[in-house]
Design a protein around this ligand. Structure first.
Ligand SMILES: [Ca+2]
Ligand SMILES: [Ca+2]
Length: 411
C-alpha cells in the first residue's frame, strides 16, 4: 500500500495551513497504515484539507484568489460582507465554501465568469453555505448566481439568490438545495428562471422561491425531482410563468409545499408537467400540498402531458380554476375550494399563511389518507413542514393526516 510521506506539504505561503496537507493527487487517499494512523489521530479526519480564510485582513482578500488556490477537500471561510465584481470558477473536488459572521455577498457589479455568471462550479461534490448572489448578468442574458457544471453533488444551504438573470443554472449528478431563498431572478425574457436544474437528481427542500421575473420559479429537467416542504409563491407583484415546470417529465415528488400563483403570473398554469417531452419517466406524485390561485381570472393548477400519470392525494386546491388537466390523474382526498373566501379556515391567507385552524372544516382536518409509497418505493408521507423564512421542521403527528401542507396540532 502506498503511504504518504508525513513531512510533505504543498508550498502555499498565503494559505492559513491549519493542518499539514497531504498532496492527494500524488498519493491518493489510501494512505492508511501505521505511520499514517498516528497522523490521523492527531489531525482532522480529512488530512488533506486546509482551511482558507477570505476577507479584509485575511490571507485572501478576494474569493477569486481563494478559488484558484483551493485544492481537494479544502474548507473556504468567507467573512460576511460585500465582495464586489469578485467572480470565480471552483475546480477542486470536495470543497466547502461558507460565509461566516453573516452572509458573504457576491455582488456581480458588472463582472462575470466565462460568460456564465458569478460562480462556475466544476469540482465534484461542492457545498456552498451562507452565501448571497446578486446582479449576475452576461451577454447572452442567462447570467447565473451559480452555473453548475459539476458531475458530482452540489449542495446549497442557507444561500440567497436575487436579482440575477438566472438564480442557479445547470446540472449535477445530485443537486440539493436546502434553506435557500430565491427572489426576483430572471432576465424577463421567459427563458431564465429562479431555478433551472438538470441532471440525475434535483432536491429542493425547506426553501423560499418567489417572484421569478417572467420565467419559472422552479424549472427542472432532472430525471428525479424531490420538491419537499417549500414555499413557492408569486405574491402580489411576481410575474413568474409556471410556479413549477418539469418540461421533460421525470420521477417527480411534490410533497408538502405551499405553491401560489399570483395575479400577475404570466400564464394561468401553476404546475406544468411534460410541456416539452417525455424524455424522462412520466411519473408524478403530488401529495399534501396547499396550492393557491390568486389569479381571479382562473387557471389550471396542474397541467399534465398526454400519457403522463399522476397520483394526486391530500392536497388543498384553493382559488378559481381547473384542478388538473391532461394525462391520467388518480386523485383522492383532495380539498377543492373554487373561491378565495377562506372556507378552508386558513390562519392568514392574505399573508400567505395557509396553516389550518380549529375553524378549518372536517374535510381538511384529519381528512387525509395515508399517502403510501411511489412505484419506486419512495415514501410519499409528508415528513416536514415549511417554516418562514426558508426553514422547516418535522410535520407534527396529530391523528390522521390533515389535507394540505400543514398539520393542525390541537383541535
Ligand atoms: Ca402561472
Ligand atoms: Ca391531523
Amino acid at each position: 500500500m502506498k503511504q504518504a510521506h508525513p513531512g510533505y506539504s504543498i508550498h502555499r505561503p498565503e494559505v492559513d495551513i491549519q493542518v499539514l496537507r497531504y498532496p492527494v493527487s500524488r498519493v491518493g487517499r489510501f494512505w492508511a497504515g501505521v505511520a499514517a494512523a498516528a497522523w490521523l489521530a492527531a489531525i482532522a479526519p480529512d488530512a488533506s484539507a486546509v482551511t482558507i480564510h477570505v476577507g479584509p485582513g485575511k490571507s485572501y482578500k478576494t474569493v477569486r484568489e481563494a478559488a484558484e488556490a483551493a485544492l481537494p477537500g479544502d474548507m473556504v471561510l468567507i467573512d460576511a460582507g460585500i465582495y464586489s465584481a469578485d467572480v470565480a470558477t471552483w475546480k477542486a473536488d470536495n470543497v466547502t465554501v461558507r460565509g461566516v459572521g453573516g452572509r458573504a455577498h457576491l455582488r456581480a457589479d458588472g463582472a462575470q465568469e466565462g460568460g456564465k455568471g458569478i460562480w462556475v462550479v466544476r469540482g465534484r461534490n461542492f457545498t456552498a453555505e451562507n452565501i448571497e448572489f446578486s446582479g449576475a448578468s452576461v451577454p447572452d442574458k442567462n447570467g447565473a448566481g451559480i452555473r453548475s457544471e459539476t458531475e458530482g453533488t452540489l449542495i446549497l444551504r442557507d444561500c440567497y439568490f436575487h436579482d440575477n438573470e438566472e438564480g442557479i443554472l445547470g446540472g449535477a449528478d445530485s443537486m440539493v438545495i436546502v434553506n435557500c431563498v430565491f427572489d426576483r431572478n430572471g432576465a424577463g425574457d421567459g427563458r431564465t428562471h429562479n431555478i433551472y436544474a438538470s441532471g440525475r437528481s434535483f432536491t429542493l427542500k425547506n426553501s423560499f422561491v418567489h417572484r421569478a421575473v417572467v420565467g419559472h420559479n422552479v424549472k427542472s429537467r432532472a430525471k428525479n425531482n424531490y420538491i419537499l416542504c417549500n414555499r413557492i409563491t408569486d405574491e402580489t407583484d411576481g410575474t413568474a410563468s409556471y410556479e413549477i415546470d418539469v418540461p421533460d417529465c421525470g420521477r417527480t415528488y411534490i410533497i408538502g409545499n405551499v405553491i401560489e400563483q399570483g395575479p400577475k403570473s404570466e400564464n394561468n398554469t401553476i404546475i406544468s408537467y411534460g410541456a416539452e417531452s417525455a424524455t424522462n419517466a412520466a411519473d408524478l406524485y403530488v401529495v399534501n400540498n396547499t396550492i393557491v390561485n390568486n389569479k381571479e381570472s382562473g387557471g389550471i393548477f396542474l397541467q399534465l402531458r398526454e400519457g403522463a400519470k399522476a397520483r394526486v392525494r391530500n392536497n388543498i386546491f384553493y382559488g378559481p380554476g381547473t384542478t388538473w388537466a391532461g394525462g391520467t390523474v388518480t386523485a383522492d382526498h383532495n380539498y377543492v375550494e373554487a373561491t378565495t373566501t377562506n372556507g378552508a379556515g386558513f390562519r392568514g391567507a392574505a399573508a400567505y399563511d395557509f396553516h389550518p385552524t380549529s375553524a378549518s372544516p372536517a374535510s381538511i382536518l384529519d381528512a387525509g389518507a395515508p399517502p403510501g409509497a411511489a412505484l419506486t418505493g419512495f415514501d410519499l408521507t409528508p415528513k416536514c413542514e415549511y417554516v418562514d423564512e426558508a426553514r422547516g421542521h418535522p410535520r407534527p403527528e396529530s391523528g390522521p393526516l390533515d389535507i394540505g401542507a400543514f398539520e393542525l396540532q390541537s383541535k
